[in-house]
Design a protein around this ligand. Structure first.
Ligand SMILES: C[S@@+](CC[C@H](N)C(=O)[O-])C[C@H]1O[C@@H](n2cnc3c(N)ncnc32)[C@H](O)[C@@H]1O
Length: 286
């Protein structure tokens, strides 16, 4: 299914928005927010829009426009007077990820044990980067992380988050940003070629999985993300690629009760409340 995304921007961001719209090949609309007049003026055109990207002083944000089916015809409902769905943005500088960096579980975090970062400083390839949250945690613990993201809008949000991390003016944050490198593209197509030059110690996978999370809040956020990226139906193909490419181990993040990726039994598991990390060891890390 092709998703229809438009870009709007704050005054003063038109140049940057033009470049972004060109690279994403999406329309750049006026910098005015969607209004009830414009909705009634061009209801048919607006009904076709699934997502709106917004570029401004706070960076890039994505909003899912509320669309309802009316007698088989899509009808646009987001007039900004109604409560829009929460924005998605990539924020490494404030909020939850900053809090986790400063006060989080340190080396005891399951993701660090699973990737070996509690004892080593491996180089890592994240073949399913998404909004880069896991990669950020890995880089914060000292790993050099190469990320791949194939959904262009998600990759743009991630690139924007990295840009703001670089410009945050904090030495520690700059060092983390310098350990994160993003490739926009399908890792199934390009990871092996890149790994030929520098094989990663560890490969990390976190493909989309249906029905993740239990609370209404998580479900809503995930449903939004799911609508944008789909279900990663080809995810099973990532594991053989990862096993043939990594030097020491492959780590797969799964919902706790999900079957293992590609039905391949891992050598080791780290289980949390809702998430599990399946580890496929290849060689002992030196
Ligand atoms: C569940 S999200 C990853 C979330 C991520 N671990 C985080 O912490 O933000 C899965 C992401 O992997 C991406 N993806 C899936 N298969 C991919 C592939 N073969 N190449 C690149 N990206 C892929 C999807 O587009 C989606 O954004």
């Amino acid at each position: 299914m092709t998703l229809r995304v438009v870009l709007r921007c704050e005054t003063g961001y038109f140049g940057a928005a033009q470049l972004l719209a060109e690279s994403l090949q999406i329309p750049l609309l006026s910098s005015e927010p969607v209004s009830s007049e414009s909705v009634s003026h061009d209801r048919a055109a607006l009904a076709a829009i699934d997502f709106e990207l917004w570029l401004g002083s706070a960076g890039l944000a994505l909003r899912e426009l509320s669309v309802a089916q009316d007698h088989g015809r899509a009808r646009h409902k987001n007039t900004r007077k109604e409560k829009p769905s929460a924005d998605i943005r990539c924020d490494f500088v404030a909020g939850e990820l900053r809090h986790r960096r400063l006060y989080g579980g340190g080396k005891n975090q399951m993701i660090l044990k699973a990737t070996g970062l509690n004892k080593h400083k491996p180089s890592i390839m994240d073949l399913t980067a998404g909004l880069g949250r896991d990669s950020y945690v890995l880089a914060t613990a000292g790993a050099q992380v190469t990320m791949f993201e194939r959904q262009p809008v998600v990759a743009a949000l991630l690139a924007d988050g990295l840009r703001r991390l670089c410009g945050a003016g904090d030495e520690q944050e700059l060092a983390i940003a310098q350990r994160l490198c993003l490739h926009q593209g399908d890792s199934l197509d390009c990871a092996a070629a890149l790994a030929e030059q520098a094989p990663p110690d560890v490969i990390y996978l976190d493909p989309m999985f249906p029905e993740r999370g239990k609370t209404a809040k998580v479900k809503k956020a995930m449903a939004f993300f799911h609508h944008l990226v789909g279900s990663d139906d080809d995810a099973a193909a990532l594991l053989p690629l990862a096993l043939a490419t990594a030097r020491y181990r492959v780590v797969v993040k799964r919902p706790r009760h999900a079957p293992p990726l590609a039905d391949m039994k891992p050598g080791l598991c780290f289980e949390g409340k809702s998430t599990r990390f399946d580890v496929y060891p290849l060689k002992k890390m030196p």
